[in-house]
Design a protein. Structure first.
Length: 437
């Protein structure tokens, strides 16, 4: 089996991004090569992965919409929706780094076979409870928490498996296409879920989600192992968590994107709470309008991801700028008087949101040594989605107490302020590292 280029680099070296004089920009040597928007799809293993992912992602989006609406219907509380979201991401906050250690130690393809199977079974369990009429809120809470436990291992494994499928040359393109894949499913899933919920209830959406995990399992089984750019597995040893944290803390090109996405993920990405509350409490509509809101964001996200797939380089300046605009747009959307204007703003918010995600993800992956990638990506995902258990209930309480507009407004203000402060910190770091004449 071939190994990824750069896998033999000395510990602590960075074969793809140089930051000795300009830590705020990527100087990836592959950036000069002309990239095609769909270049990663030339790889057979990645095509199988992407095909399975779009099917399971569609089921996941159907389940997310159905879950949020089911909790809101059972409790009438935005705080309860926030608690459900928080429980799903709490394991990532508590145990996220351990998932990265496991990903670095084990075969990523085998781990994904296990985690995707577990997610499918949990989806089917929620379907049985709902269709039988026995579902209660605590059932949803419990399954959300168990999904979060599986995600602790699945997320860093899936993120770091990308480079093993396509190699470092196409990793930026593959990360962007993964986002486009996920957001394309977001176009389809909410629309189908809205129809199903109105027609026959949430249970059928959960059933389809559970069955949809068969697609990625088939794709993983059909992959050609000899074509993977497998990285040498990290042997068991003491202090590997601390080693990963020290590695990130010593590199500005890693720490600042991770800090920024931590704030954005905690306070700016609470859309299940805000959009369900806007549909129900501001525009006095049903699940169909909630699905429309998610579809509008998905349209913008797909456009943003495809634009990112064409980029040959990523810059921290772009990441910070996109985050400032993202926060400002949330503030504007929060005070929007019109349903149609609100939907239009969601499209643009989706574009900038996915730009933040893909830019930060690819920058961090390319700046990380292969042997450390699982641990670094687990930290990245831990702060990105693991902050939700902290921000979700708080934002839900603000939304319930002061109204959906104030809840959305507060998230936008925090996101924009965090981006501005991180931008200032990056500039100061660049000045300190700039060589004196």
């Amino acid at each position: 089996m071939s190994s990824a280029p750069g896998a033999d680099a000395a510990p602590g070296s960075n074969p793809t991004i140089t930051t000795t004089t300009r830590p705020t920009e990527s100087t990836d040597p592959t950036a000069s090569a002309k990239r095609h928007m769909f270049s990663s799809l030339r790889n057979r293993n990645y095509r199988l992965f992407a095909t399975g992912a779009v099917i399971s992602n569609t089921g996941t989006w159907m389940s997310r919409i159905a879950q949020d609406w089911l909790v809101l219907s059972l409790t009438g509380s935005s705080t309860a929706v926030g608690v459900t979201t928080a429980l799903q991401f709490l394991p990532m906050l508590l145990f996220g780094l351990y998932g990265g250690v496991i990903a670095d130690r084990c075969s990523k393809r085998r781990l994904l076979l296990a985690t995707q199977s577990a997610m499918g079974l949990l989806g089917l369990a929620l379907a049985v409870l709902t269709l039988s009429g026995h579902v209660q809120v605590w059932h949803v809470y419990a399954i959300a928490f168990l999904l979060g436990v599986v995600t602790v291992v699945d997320n860093p494994t899936r993120q770091s498996f990308v480079v093993e499928m396509v190699g470092p040359k196409d990793v930026r393109n593959a990360v962007s296409l993964n986002s486009a894949n996920f957001q394309t499913a977001r176009l389809i899933g909410p629309a189908i879920a809205g129809v199903l919920i109105n027609a026959v209830g949430s249970g059928w959406a959960f059933l389809i989600n559970g069955l949809s995990f068969g697609a990625p399992l088939i794709g993983l089984l059909l992959m050609r192992k000899e074509e993977l750019h497998e990285v040498e597995l990290t042997p068991r040893g003491k202090g590997q968590l601390r080693e990963g944290l020290r590695y990130v803390a010593s590199r500005p090109e890693l720490i600042w994107p991770i800090v920024l996405v931590g704030f954005i993920g905690t306070f700016g990405f609470n859309f299940p709470i805000w959009l369900s509350a806007f549909a129900h409490g501001v525009f006095h509509a049903g699940a169909g309008t909630y699905g429309l809101f998610n579809t509008a964001m998905a349209i913008g996200s797909v456009a943003g991801a495809l634009l990112a797939a064409r980029r040959a380089a990523t810059r921290l300046r772009m990441l910070v700028g996109a985050a400032v605009v993202f926060g400002a747009l949330e503030v504007v959307a929060a005070v929007s008087p019109s349903l149609y204007l609100f939907v239009a703003l969601l499209v643009v918010i989706g574009t900038f949101g996915i730009t933040i995600n893909t830019t930060a993800n690819s920058t961090v992956q390319l700046a990380t040594d292969p042997a450390m990638r699982g641990r670094v990506m687990s930290l990245f995902m831990m702060v990105f989605v693991g902050g939700t258990p902290l921000g979700g209930p708080l934002v839900g309480w603000i939304t319930d107490t002061y109204g959906p507009r104030v809840g959305f407004l507060s998230g936008g203000l925090v996101s924009a302020a965090a981006a501005a402060l991180v931008g200032l910190a990056i500039r100061q770091t660049a000045r300190r590292m700039k060589p004196t004449p």
